[in-house]
Design a protein around this ligand. Structure first.
Ligand code: NDP
Ligand code: MG
Ligand code: MG
Length: 340
């Protein structure tokens, strides 16, 4: 079994007399900065001069300086700008990192795929909340915690774990539990999960199901309800009580049909495809592709992003959600939370 750390295992005063630089004030950045600040840790936010986030951070009562100045004043630098931007920001601030400082991440991509290669004399750690930033913030304000991951890539001081745990407690994660992992495991499982299951897999499952019904002559509305809208109800049951709660709650007919037909849809071929997706994550092929895609200004991303918006199911959904007021409470979306 894996180690799980809680508040009792961590001491925020480890970071007394130190300053934490939070680079970026987006989904994770605002939550980490405010939670650390309210936990009594000295925080400075690092943003570029023309940053659109500057006014929000200042309105929240935090001091904002440039990433370079923030890093120069801090002994813990938390890298919370978008993953694709991090290597560029690191280049700007790397000379400000002194021996014994900590470079702190919320996702392992750039370290694991060598896009950022810190000097050997600094600690490199990860505290990754398993939730979007607005929940990290809301839970903290409510006195609750958000589960998180802890990983140590480089332990130059010998105190990297202790320091990372202080950070985890400061943002509220240790209230709920912090699970120990590695940069490799966090990065590879995160990428695989979002590609094969959470984002990619489920979006295709929904679209292909919808198209199968519509192509067979059923109405768009029925196809939408059956394949998209009911998904939330099913996922809520799984979230509360696993697959068992879902199977218990649906009809015996649904249970028998699902158990006998589900693995005909997600068959051995789908399993092999998943293995291939995992292999491309493990051998770096996906990372290389995505880095090149960004360097080329995202031609494929831009095209696929538009095609997804243009899919008929989105139009049908918009129409139906407008018709049904009951959906309003449940479709609270948060435009600042993009990643999984
Ligand atoms: P966001 O996209 O929300 O970060 C946006 C922030 O970064 C803004 O303050 C933006 O300011 C700033 N920024 C963007 N470009 C630059 C730049 N070139 N120089 C300086 N600042 C810049 O990031 P997330 O919070 O989503 O992600 C941060 C990290 O957290 C990532 O490693 C991610 O993988 C990880 N993570 C994210 C989760 C999530 O749910 N979002 C969950 C768990 C981990 P500006 O106004 O200047 O553009
Ligand atoms: Mg039914
Ligand atoms: Mg991710």
């Amino acid at each position: 079994t894996t180690d799980i750390y809680y508040d009792d295992d961590a001491d925020v005063s480890t970071l007394d007399d130190e300053t934490v630089a939070v680079l970026g004030y987006g989904s994770q950045g605002h939550a980490h900065a405010l939670n650390l600040h309210e936990s009594g840790i000295d925080v400075v936010v690092g943003l570029r001069e023309d940053s659109s986030s500057r006014s929000a951070a200042e309105a929240d009562g935090l001091e904002v300086v440039t990433p370079v100045e923030a890093a120069s004043r801090a002994s813990v630098v938390s890298m919370l700008v978008p993953d694709t931007v991090q290597p560029h920001v690191y280049e700007q601030i790397q000379d400000e990192l002194e021996s014994g400082d900590t470079l702190q991440f919320a996702h392992g991509f750039n370290i694991h795929y060598n896009q950022i290669q810190p000097d050997e004399d600094i600690d490199v750690t990860m505290i990754a909340p398993k939730s979007p930033g607005h929940l990290v913030r809301r839970n903290y304000e409510n006195g609750e915690g958000t589960p998180g991951l802890l990983a140590v890539y480089q332990d130059a001081t010998g105190n990297a774990t202790e320091r990372a745990l202080a950070y985890a407690k400061g943002i509220g994660c240790a209230r709920a539990g912090v699970v120990e992992t590695t940069f490799r495991e966090e990065t590879e499982t995160d990428l695989f999960g979002e590609q094969a299951v959470l984002c990619g897999g489920i979006a295709e499952l929904i679209k292909v199901g919808y198209e199968t019904l519509v192509d067979a002559g059923y109405s768009e509305e029925m196809a939408y309800f059956e394949c998209m809208n009911e998904m939330k109800l099913i996922v809520d049951l799984m979230y509360e009580g696993g697959l068992g709660a879902m199977w218990d709650s649906v009809s015996d007919t649904a249970e028998y049909g699902g158990l006998t037909r589900g693995d005909a849809v997600i068959d051995d071929h789908a399993r092999e495809n998943m293995e291939e997706v995992l292999e491309q994550v493990q051998n770096g092929e996906f990372a290389t592709e995505w880095i090149a895609e960004n360097q080329a200004n995202r031609p494929v991303y831009t095209q696929l992003n538009q095609a997804e918006k243009d899919h008929e199911i989105e139009e049908v959904g918009e129409r139906l959600r407008d018709l049904f007021a009951w959906a309003d409470e449940d479709t609270e979306t948060d435009d600042e939370d993009e990643s999984v």
